[in-house]
Design a protein around this ligand. Sequence first.
Ligand code: AMP
Ligand code: FE
Ligand code: FE
Ligand code: ZN
Length: 285
Amino acid sequence: MRIDLHCHSTASDGTDTPAELVRNAAAAGLDVMALTDHDTTRGHAEAIGALPAGLTLVTGAELSCRVDGVSLHMLAYLFDPEEPALLAERELVRDDRVPRARGMVARLQELGVPVTWEQVERIAGDGSVGRPHVATALVELGVVPTVSDAFTQDWLADGGRAHVAKHETDPFEAIRLVKGAGGVTVFAHPGASKRGRTVPEAVIAEMATAGLDGIEVDHMDHDEATRARLRGLAADLGLLVTGSSDYHGSRKTCVLGEYTTDPEVYGEITRRATGAFPVPGTGGA
Ligand code: AMP
Ligand code: FE
Ligand code: FE
Ligand code: ZN
């Protein structure tokens, strides 16, 4: 069983449509794939409609959070997408991405970059708009060679010259909301230090006490030492350990199934969830 629990589509900052994504996941030999777009579930219906036989879809989202000034991502799986409290918070974060992206365009213009909101809007399409879309505009304009190169202090990294913060949920609130919607939470790439400051272990311990289910350990942004440390932390705190690609199509270098999750851990996630069930593929459209 090959299980990849963290993938993005054009519903946020991935480049595969949800239908392309599930087809690519099946072609990559995955048995289970989670669709975890940033702050939105809008790709779920298309993914389910196109789901190939042999691939099971885990519905989810990656929620933007912040604690003590540190941004983090919380993966949420198999929650009820209609549950009003979590839905309202998800929409608040997603909707705040628009004025925030416009703010980053304004900052870039002040820095002399001829980027426009129309360009970013075209790149984002109907996806929840984020820095990778702005970064793609910078690549188109020849300002930086790749999307990753836009994530520096010169441009869009946390605290960078053109960075604007967005509304982000307190992770303790996110854990509570996801539980209330019958879902399971996994702290995404908790040791991704190249993205900025990371959350201290003591705060992860508090999250575990507050009901966090697991942490993502096998991830491209974690080196071997970080993985070993996080595995030890998970054992100490009784947290599940996952691995996943964080696939973004052509916007990142990772490939589907680059890292995977143990079937036993996947089984435990599905046993804990009550908000939604994994969807087995029936052949798709
Ligand atoms: P946002 O949610 O708009 O703040 O943008 C965050 C997204 O930017 C993440 O989900 C990643 O897809 C991407 N990202 C963050 N840091 C980097 C980086 N160093 N290189 C490439 N992409 C990044
Ligand atoms: Fe992303
Ligand atoms: Fe993330
Ligand atoms: Zn992600």
